[in-house]
Design a protein around this ligand. Structure first.
Ligand SMILES: CC(=O)SCCNC(=O)CCNC(=O)[C@H](O)C(C)(C)COP(=O)(O)OP(=O)(O)OC[C@H]1O[C@@H](n2cnc3c(N)ncnc32)[C@H](O)[C@@H]1OP(=O)(O)O
Ligand SMILES: CC(C)C(=O)C(=O)O
Length: 554
């Protein structure tokens, strides 16, 4: 790379707009959306979609609620031409949906475009030509007047063909391609020139679409360009002002959002930002950005994973796992403090409004994502996340001290393994350490009776391979068992809850014990019978204590 890149890459020259209004405006409603997945998105693919893929994609776009869809460059290929014919001839286009097609300003291409649209109830014909100096000079080898004449010729031809085909309700769209690299006065001149020919009215508006064909500046400068045009375009009340941002600098979404504040009413883009080079603006992100501001986006992504799967399959490209709203990992926390906050937030949220779960700008359920993947555990995780997984997947509600103890074990295990632990691995680890009666003592049977206000317990046990009988008295069965086992352990905490419900419900008990040196150990047991669960949990705790290394002599 160059040490001093200024000569090779001169800075973008912003338009002068000292009285700009957009910074203090707020978006209050959804723009008109135009999906160009089947045109700009498709033209960027190594293997463009075939007819069946395009049709499946088209129906997915309808299901999402798109009302304007750019379906093809019909003059470019037989596949695209035939696709438009299929949509029209086989009745795939609902009454409230308008097809858009694109063409260069070349007579043969325009004529073929109208052939493709024959019989359409309504259609948008999109004419484009590049207008920026580098394109004028290099692509067209002409000057401003030459490029303006090219646009005017195309517009006139489209006007004539539209007049000759009155059965269709035609809307005309003009894009000064490379708008954002074009001198503002020339962009204005050429847009006014085409609208002068088309003669739109407030009742029959035309669309002026101002693309950032290549994203060249920060979004505020694009917004200035849009507001500059918005305030100066002739016949403004007869024009739908549209934007078409690309993502070369990675700020297409911001550019579109600011452009809407600056006067644009319509946005062209693709789902998940597919499109030339770094892509078109991502319509899904834009829509859900509105949604999370309480604005109905008029697009429906209730099953975002189905949309993602279809797009990935159609374009042969994966959606990034961290893609806003849709990526596999975007509703997942690995780190302890995030997990803790999410778990607490979820516990308080229930059906309450507004949505306030920390770290989650969107309720995953609104886009069809489950709460199961909210938390995943690795060496960055803490007790909150670990307990959440055990609760969500296995119904365990660990007491706080046990959460802390188990988190230490998990930490050691994730550090050792160097990878994530799935819920079932956590559960296995939990059972191994707290639930199993690994250790010398195993419960066999017991009897108990009340004698003078005390519980008297007779218990049959296995100690290794040896049957053993013990007896003890105490304030309750646990106290009696501790006496029977003659161990120097004190019961610090006892908690229980049901697992499952109805006749299949089982009880689970969690015990925390402390020995004479102050060391803690835990025992957990599950049983159909609550009292048995408690006794077996105590034996599990005694076994756990016997597995601990002896305390160091002082
Ligand atoms: C920014 C955008 O996304 S715009 C959309 C771009 N999409 C596509 O290009 C996909 C479909 N395109 C195609 O299939 C082909 O390019 C076709 C069928 C349209 C044209 O193909 P061809 O004529 O064989 O070749 P090619 O694309 O190289 O044409 C370039 C010619 O078109 C001219 N041209 C480019 N854009 C325009 C335009 N908007 N209006 C008029 N002429 C144009 C060029 O100046 C060049 O002319 P020249 O041959 O006299 O130098
Ligand atoms: C033709 C226009 C709208 C385009 O696709 C672009 O500039 O990227």
């Amino acid at each position: 790379m160059l040490l001093h890149p200024a000569r090779k890459y001169p800075a973008f020259q912003p338009v002068e707009l000292p009285a700009r209004q957009w910074p203090s405006r707020r978006q209050t409603r959804a723009p008109t959306w135009l999906s160009t997945d089947l045109r700009d998105g498709n033209q960027a693919l190594a293997t463009p979609m075939n007819a069946a893929q395009k049709l499946r994609f088209f129906h997915m776009l309808l299901a999402c609620g798109f009302k304007q869809i750019e379906v093809a460059f019909p003059a470019a290929s037989q596949t695209d031409f035939d696709f438009v014919r299929t949509l029209l001839a086989d009745g795939h286009v609902p009454d409230d949906v308008t097809l858009q097609v694109i063409t260069q300003s070349r007579p043969d291409l325009i004529a073929r475009t109208f052939e493709a649209l024959h019989g359409a109830r309504r259609a948008i014909v999109h004419l484009y030509n590049a207008t920026a100096p580098a394109w004028r000079r290099q692509v067209f080898a002409t000057d401003r007047a030459g490029v303006r004449a090219l646009a005017e010729r195309g517009t006139r031809q489209i006007r004539e063909l539209a007049a000759a085909n009155p059965g269709t309700d035609w809307q005309f769209q003009y894009s000064p391609e490379t708008f954002s690299a074009t001198e503002p006065d020339f962009a204005l001149e050429i847009c006014d020139a085409v609208s002068e020919i088309w003669q739109p009215t407030p009742q029959r508006k035309m669309i002026i679409n101002l693309p950032a064909t290549v994203e060249l500046s920060s979004p505020n400068h694009y917004a200035d360009q849009i507001e500059w045009m918005h305030g100066r375009l002739a016949r403004r009340d007869s024009i739908v002002l549209s934007v078409h941002p690309h993502n070369d600098r990675g700020t297409a979404v911001a550019a579109a959002e600011l452009a809407l504040l600056a006067g644009a009413e319509r946005v062209e883009g693709c789902l998940f930002g597919n499109g030339e080079r770094t892509g078109n603006v991502d319509l899904l992100t834009l829509a859900l950005n509105l949604y999370t501001q309480g604005i109905a986006p008029e697009l429906d992504f209730s099953d975002i994973d189905a949309v993602r799967a279809l797009v990935e399959d159609s374009i042969g490209l994966p959606v990034h796992p961290r893609h806003p709203y849709a990526g596999e990992l975007v509703y997942t926390a690995f780190s302890g403090s995030h997990q803790d906050a999410i778990r607490k937030g979820m516990a308080l949220q229930h059906d309450a409004e507004p949505w306030q779960v920390p770290y989650l700008p969107l309720d995953p359920a609104d886009v069809g994502r489950s709460y199961q993947a909210l938390i995943r555990v690795n060496s960055q995780s803490g007790k909150g996340g670990i307990s959440w997984l055990l609760e969500q997947h296995y119904g365990l509600q660990l007491p706080r001290a046990l959460q802390q103890d188990f988190a230490g074990l998990v930490q050691a295990e994730t550090d050792r393994a160097g990878q994530e632990l799935a819920a079932e691995q956590l559960y296995r680890l939990f059972r191994q350490h707290y639930l199993s009666e690994h250790g010398p003592w195993r419960y066999v049977s017991h009897r108990q009776q009340q004698v003078q206000g005390q519980t008297r317990l007779e218990i049959s046990l296995q100690h290794g391979a040896q049957p053993q009988q013990r007896q003890g008295c105490g304030n309750g069965p646990l106290d009696a068992l501790l006496a029977a086992m003659a161990v120097p352990l004190q019961l610090l905490d006892y908690q229980q809850h049901a697992l499952g419900s109805g006749s299949a419900a089982r009880a689970i008990c969690y015990l925390q014990l402390q020995d004479a040196t102050g060391k803690h150990c835990f025992g957990v047991a599950e049983d159909d019978n609550l009292e048995l669960a408690a006794l077996r949990a105590l034996l599990a705790g005694i076994n756990a204590h016997s597995r601990q290394p002896p305390a160091q002599a002082a």
